[in-house]
Every structure is written in C-alpha cells, then in structure tokens.
Design a protein around this ligand. Structure first.
Ligand SMILES: NC(=O)c1ccc[n+]([C@@H]2O[C@H](COP(=O)([O-])OP(=O)(O)OC[C@H]3O[C@@H](n4cnc5c(N)ncnc54)[C@H](OP(=O)(O)O)[C@@H]3O)[C@@H](O)[C@H]2O)c1
Length: 314
C-alpha cells in the first residue's frame, strides 16, 4: 500500500511510519526538514510546509497514494490546507485527532458519540482539534473522500517524557520523585487518566490505513483508565522509591508553580478532568487489540527516561 504521512518524524508519527515501512508498505513522509530524523531504508521524504501556500501542492505534483495520514491537524486551517491539496492525490484521508475534544466528560467511559463542547483553551480546551475534526468531516464529504479520524488519549511509552501529574511533560517533576520529594497530586488524586502506549496507538493507525472500507471515527488507547493515586503508585514503583503523596488544589498548583514553568493553566486543568474512554468500537470494528496496560507503559516510560538521561539516581 502507498501511504503519505504528513509529519511522521517524531514520536507517534515516527512509530506509525516505522511500522508501515516494516510491514513492506511504500511510505512517503512530508515535513519541513527541521526535525532530525534518520528514515528507514526505502522511506521517501518530501520537503514542504503545510502552512505555506502552494508548498504541499508543489511537493505532491504527479504523485498518488492509497492513503494520507495527517499527524499535525492542530486546527481547522491546517486540516483545510492539507485536505484541499491531498484530495486529488489520495483515496483515503486519516487524521490524527485527540480525545481531548470530548473533555470535560459528561459520562464515563466516554465514547465516539460523546458531545463535543470544549471549554476555552485557557481552561484546558481542545478547540483547535475540535475545529480540525469539523473541517475534515465537511471537506471529505465535499470531495467524496473516505475519512478516518483516530483520537488518542494521553500518549506515553518509550520515546518521550510521559505526561506528568501536572499536565505537562517535564522531566524535572520526575527527578523530584527520584530525589525523594512527595508526588503532589491535584485535588484528592481521584481523577482518571488513560494512557495509550505509542506502540499500540501506531498499530491502530496501521489497522485503519489497511481497512479503508471501515473509514470512521475511533477513540484509541489502552483498555482501562487508572486513578491519579494509582499513577503515583506506579511511578514510585518504577523509580524504586517509597510512595509519598500529597494533595493540593489545582488553582494552588498553578499559583505556586506556573511561574517556574513546571505547570500551565491549560495542562493542569485538563489533567484534573477524568480521561476515560471505551475501546469497544475500535476493537470490534478495526480488530484493535492493545498489548500494553497502564502498568506496562508507565514502567517502560520511566525506564526510557533513565536510559536516555532525562532523570538519574543520586
Ligand atoms: N501528545 C499527546 O499526548 C497527544 C494526545 C492525543 C493526540 N495527540 C496528537 O498527536 C499528533 C502529534 O503526533 P506527534 O507528536 O507524534 O507528531 P509527528 O507527526 O510525528 O511530528 C510532528 C511532525 O510534523 C512535522 N511538521 C511540523 N510542522 C510542520 C509544517 N508546518 N509542515 C510540514 N511538516 C511539519 C515535523 O517535522 P519538521 O519539524 O521537520 O517539519 C514532524 O515530522 C497531534 O495531532 C496531536 O494532537 C497527541
């Protein structure tokens, strides 16, 4: 299968690219060439900036693909900039969304039919991602192009710093735990977080790309959410330190730690909301079968931080 990936040189995008190439698909990656990346043998690379008029169209001249995976649809403008060009070159458009568009959840577990009404961005909203979903739906109907939207929950697993308990990806917070400081959780630590391991999520993209007849919208993650308190337990276990937890109201965390860049209003306010989604649709329709539990993926992420010098012992 011939697959075009817009993005695809970092983390989830890279994992998708490597899996597709590994199974023998003919993969072409489009990026601006700013991210350092050794592409596997046989993966083609086109240079274009999707935010520059005419840049993507020039790069794709004369080319056609079975599917396009758009990894960087962060707002409606970006979704439009890509779909307006690729609809002439591809048979199936796959966009990377986010389950953040459904939060704050009205019921748990959330599903694909949950209402979308994100609060303003300062309150942790995902308005840009919600707009990119709306634009993709509208344009794919106009161009008669099959559309799949895959929405990961919080992505962790080897390759980057995991989402921390203040809603960022800051290695300094993890280092504090290794050094013996308590883990300071928002409110009572009873919120729910659902981690999707980058390797499982990439597999969901491969399944969707290879089943264009199942085009649709799917939430993707591991099979269950965990409480923030249990996340703290898993972190302490993986770091081999005694568990020490304290609690602090969200607004106090912002007041005390935003100036030092350890948290952001948006990050911590979205983290405190429940993140919990059923995988029923993607498992039954695409045959998704996530291999990594929260326990596995937290341990692997902590190990990745030690192995890559992001945190260290004494
Ligand atoms: N992080 C999470 O927990 C989370 C959760 C849910 C959903 N998501 C979604 O996951 C997606 C991000 O995946 P990822 O971080 O693994 O990213 P990725 O697609 O692997 O990396 C970003 C890529 O885009 C390229 N790029 C950036 N700006 C560009 C431009 N203007 N024109 C062309 N290429 C450009 C970068 O290369 P160059 O810099 O060289 O151009 C790089 O290849 C997003 O859609 C995000 O909303 C993330």
């Amino acid at each position: 299968m011939k697959v075009l990936i817009i993005g695809g040189t970092r983390y989830l995008g890279r994992e998708i690219m490597e899996r597709l190439a590994g199974r023998g698909d003919d993969v072409t990656v489009v990026n601006r060439g700013r991210t350092e990346c050794d592409l596997p043998d046989g993966v083609a690379n086109l240079t274009a900036d999707i935010t520059e008029d005419g840049s993507l169209a020039a790069a794709l001249q004369g080319l056609s693909f079975d599917a396009c995976v758009h990894m960087i649809a962060m707002d409606g403008g970006r979704a439009q900039a890509v779909i307006d060009v690729v609809h002439d070159h591809v048979d199936h458009y796959v966009q990377c969304g986010s389950t953040g568009v459904f939060m704050p959840l009205k019921y748990v577990p959330g599903d694909e039919n949950h209402p979308v009404d994100p609060p303003p961005d300062e309150w942790g909203g995902f308005n840009g991602k919600a707009a990119s979903d709306r634009v993709a739906r509208e344009l794919c109907v106009r161009y008669d192009l099959p559309l799949t939207i895959l929405r990961p929950t919080a992505i962790i697993g080897p390759g980057t710093i995991p989402l921390d308990y203040w809603g960022g990806r800051d290695a300094r917070l993890y280092q504090l735990i290794v050094d013996g400081d308590p883990i300071v959780l928002t409110e009572r630590g009873e919120g729910l977080i659902q981690f999707g391991d980058v390797r499982d999520l990439a597999e969901a993209f491969v399944l969707a790309i290879h089943q264009p007849e199942k085009a649709g919208e799917y939430n993707i993650s591991s099979r269950y959410a965990i409480t923030h308190n249990y996340y703290a337990e898993l972190l302490a276990k993986a770091m081999q330190v005694p568990l020490r937890v304290e609690y602090m109201p969200t607004e106090e965390i912002i007041e005390r730690h935003e100036a030092a860049g350890l948290t952001s209003k948006r990050g911590v306010r979205i983290f405190v909301e429940h993140m919990c989604f059923t995988m029923e649709k993607v498992c039954s329709e695409l045959g998704y079968n996530p291999q990594y539990t929260a326990e596995d993926t937290v341990a692997a992420s902590v190990q990745w931080m030690f192995d890559n010098g992001r945190i260290s012992r004494g």
